[in-house]
Write a protein that binds this ligand. Sequence first.
Ligand code: PLP
Length: 393
Amino acid sequence: MISVPFFDLKRQFCSLRDEILEEIAAVCDSQAFILGPKVEMLEQSIASLCGGGCHAVGMSSGTDAELALLMGFGIGPGDAVVTSPFSFFATAGCIARLGAKPVFVDIDHDSLNLSPAGLEEFFRSDCVFEESGLRTKDGLPVKAVVPVHLFGLSCAMDEIQSLCAQFRLPVIEDAAQAIGAEYPSKDGLKRAGAIGECGFFSFYPTKNLGAFGDAGMALTKDAVIAAHLRVIRNHGMEPKYQHDVVGGNFRLDALQAAILLKKLPRLGAWSLRRWQIAQYYRREFRELEPMLRTPVEPFAKAAGERGHTYHQFVIRTDERDELREHLRLFGIGTEIYYPVPLHRQNCFAEMPAKPCPEAELSARQVLALPIFPELTDGEVEVVAARVSSFFKK
Ligand SMILES: Cc1ncc(COP(=O)(O)O)c(C=O)c1O
């Protein structure tokens, strides 16, 4: 019986071992570990990957990149920031850590991303738009919107951005899971994280571009914001030992940057392999609809394989837990992203939230199957066959 791991980082490392160890040795020889030329090279490479004249600022994690961006926009106690209830905790955690209230607007049924219709309803029915800006009905100033490009699929950004422009709100894209994804905007193809004004990536080891520890990157089209982010990531220090603002230690390590620079040229090929695996699953599962539903690919026509970078391949079924157990018995790894929507987390219990039925339904139905570039064709076939055998029982 062939078992298939949900993820196996060692396979990628084995294929790059010598090159990466050489890079690590070079950083060790330099004994320059924090920021420096490797971080600057990575920033330039990520900025050019994203295009559109964006600036990239290396950060210690995706979480810290979001935190720095929110701090850069002056978000603090008593503010409200709108986001998705169906994401990794960090998305909302950063908002709450600054003393602001995460306000959850439900997701779209098909894409699992923040619903533009829900956002419009929230702005028009639950907020008041005044000279000073948008306020919730309980008086909190709404300061930003953080849409999440979940699993590698961009949000409907044209709609989200046009709504946010009407209500004078900045958009901070949580592109932690979507590096390299393309979105066909009304102005042409754009890269996730750089579709709007600001965004951020995570280089957590299991991400499509993964470091050997925590690492992240903030992105912005605005040179002034970029300069401010560089100050915020270093305790707000500018010039040396002078602090006009309070920042944090959000600096990126040279070791992580050196490793990411070695991996970056492979990102396109790795994403393509993820796409090919996804297409195989989709073909094999077609006959299982509607018991099993595969991810939607609204941008495939316009952006091809870059329309979805498949950080995760997440199916939906009412028999999720039974299917998961069936696969476990055959040695096939799966994961649930995410079992508890953010508005249902105990730490937010004091903050009354509107119901988010789509997020709750998804939390009961979703199951992520193995999808990483080093999976063999044989393994992918085994996963698909075991999933099919469950439904044909
Ligand atoms: C959607 C989302 N947002 C934010 C983060 C936070 O990134 P990091 O783990 O690099 O802090 C992650 C990753 O874990 C994520 O998946």
